[in-house]
Every structure is written in structure tokens, then in C-alpha cells.
Design a protein around this ligand. Structure first.
Ligand SMILES: C[S@@+](CC[C@H](N)C(=O)[O-])C[C@H]1O[C@@H](n2cnc3c(N)ncnc32)[C@H](O)[C@@H]1O
Length: 260
């Protein structure tokens, strides 16, 4: 298992999936990114369409959009996340959905065998996604932006994509990678929002659930955590500014003989 998969397996073993019970009240001036993502993915579905979701984790988000498709495969590198996903799939009674332990970089799927690929804060492997998509097929990617939890990372002096706030926007990086792989980028949308954690315990739990500070250690990081919490507390709640983005792209349709 890679470090990444080990992290997510620990999360799944501890929380029974990808989500914890950390309580926050969230404010979405640009709309809810997860809802926007679901809407885009559902709109691309048909009863015949095949969907591949990479980095599906516990599959709960994928199961919500899966009824719009005829066949759905979720892949992940974390066996524990996939065990949870299979349990949620069974509970939902969705037989057209399958989960597989598989690397997004080498799916083993035939060329052009998928209508839509999604990755929701999962890996981006533009070449492999372009290979498995049929001509005209779509990719919907949700990523974490360069301004995400910036003040937290600055206080800790480390974290996911630390310092990237000074560089090229990560949405542009993604769009660039997709264009280089032959995709036509059709949408790039940023979502800035704020989470207000109800208590220090809630923020602490959340930081153990996500890799914002990949090696977060509640004991070793106690002093820096308390410093952040004190500076970011407003009306008794601890503010965490977030930045996500959605990039949608299309694989060009095959040229017709008359186009030659
Ligand atoms: C942030 S979580 C995504 C959660 C999920 N998509 C959701 O929205 O609920 C990232 C997931 O990607 C998986 N992952 C990371 N690298 C991967 C790879 N190369 N192939 C497949 N899955 C991968 C991790 O194991 C993890 O479960």
C-alpha cells in the first residue's frame, strides 16, 4: 500500500468510512461544490452510460449519483475504504455499482470503454483517463485549491501543497495537464467557502480525518493547534477557510471520414 492508501485506510478503520462526526456550520457564498459536482455528473448520465469514479473512498458520494448511469465502477487503493463502500452499496441495494482495488494510473480497462470519468478530490491521471474514455466522453474533476486552509497551514508551517498559494492556480495546472493529454476543457469553477467548527475537539477530529496536515499529531501539534484555534475563533466557533474547484473536460469526438 502507498502512504496515501495507508492514511485513508486508517481513516476508514477509525471512522467507518471517509467522514467523521466533526461538527461544523458551513457557509457557501459560491454554492456547494459537492452539490455542483453531483449535478454535473448526474446530467452526463444515461441508462446506458458507463461511469468510472477514481479515488471513490467509501463510495457514499458515488452511490448518490450512480442511479443516473447504467453501470458504475468505483476504484480506490485503500482496502478498508472499499470494504466500507461495499457495505454502503449493499445497504443501498445498488447492483449496477462495483468497487475494485485498483490504481487510477493503470486501471486495466479497455480503451474507450467508459463514457464518463469522475475524480472527486481523488487522483488525476490525465493520460489514463483519456485512454479509457470513449471519444466524446467527459471527465469531471474536483480538486483542492491553492488557498485551501491557508492560514492553518501557515500556522503549522506545513501541510498539503504548502506554499502553493504563491504559485500558478492549481485549477490552471489541472486544466493544463488535461489540455496536454488532448482534452478540451469546458469548465473551470472555483468554490471558496468557510467551515466553522463548533469546538476545538471537532476541528481536531476533522484534522485526523483529512490530509490537510498529512502528519497531524494531536499530541505533538497541541501547541500549534491551540494557537490556530485561538486566532481563528469567532463567536465561539473556529473558522477554517476552504478552496475547492471543479474542472470539466471532454475527450474530442472521433473525426468522421468526411472531416479528413
Ligand atoms: C480525498 S479522498 C476522496 C474521497 C471521495 N472521492 C469522496 O468524495 O468522498 C481520496 C481517495 O483517493 C484514493 N486514491 C489516492 N490515490 C489513488 C490512486 N492512484 N488510485 C486510486 N485511488 C487513489 C485514496 O485512497 C482516497 O480514498
Amino acid at each position: 500500500m502507498t502512504m496515501d492508501a495507508e492514511f485513508y485506510s486508517r481513516v476508514a478503520d477509525r471512522f467507518g468510512g471517509y467522514f467523521s462526526d466533526a461538527q461544523s456550520t458551513d457557509v457557501f457564498p459560491d454554492g456547494r461544490p459537492d452539490a455542483a459536482f453531483d449535478e454535473l455528473v448526474a446530467a452526463l448520465g444515461t441508462p446506458q452510460a458507463r461511469l468510472l469514479d477514481v479515488g471513490c473512498a467509501d463510495g457514499r458520494r458515488l452511490l448518490q449519483t450512480s442511479p443516473a448511469y447504467g453501470a458504475v465502477t468505483g476504484i480506490d487503493l485503500s482496502p478498508s475504504m472499499l470494504e466500507c463502500a461495499e457495505r454502503y452499496r449493499e445497504e443501498a441495494g445498488l447492483r449496477h455499482v462495483a468497487f475494485e482495488l485498483c490504481d487510477a494510473a493503470a486501471t486495466g480497462l479497455p480503451d474507450g470503454s467508459v463514457d464518463v470519468v469522475t475524480s472527486r478530490r481523488g487522483p488525476l491521471v490525465a493520460g489514463e483517463f483519456g485512454r479509457v474514455l470513449r471519444p466524446g466522453g467527459a471527465l469531471v474533476y474536483m480538486g483542492i485549491g491553492e488557498q485551501d486552509a491557508r492560514e492553518l497551514k501557515e500556522t503549522f508551517g506545513r501541510g498539503q501543497d504548502f506554499g502553493s498559494w504563491n504559485g500558478r492556480p492549481l485549477a490552471d495546472e489541472v486544466a493544463g495537464q488535461l489540455s496536454e493529454a488532448g482534452f478540451t476543457v469546458t469548465r473551470s469553477q472555483a468554490f471558496r467557502f468557510e467551515e466553522f467548527y463548533h469546538s476545538a475537539d471537532d476541528l481536531d477530529t476533522f484534522l485526523q480525518q483529512v490530509p490537510i496536515i498529512e502528519d497531524y499529531d494531536p499530541a505533538a501539534d497541541k501547541e500549534v493547534f491551540e494557537r490556530y484555534a485561538a486566532a481563528a475563533t469567532f463567536d465561539g466557533r473556529i473558522r477554517l477557510p476552504r478552496h475547492w474547484f471543479i474542472v470539466q473536460a471532454q475527450k474530442p469526438a472521433a473525426a468522421r471520414p468526411s472531416d479528413a
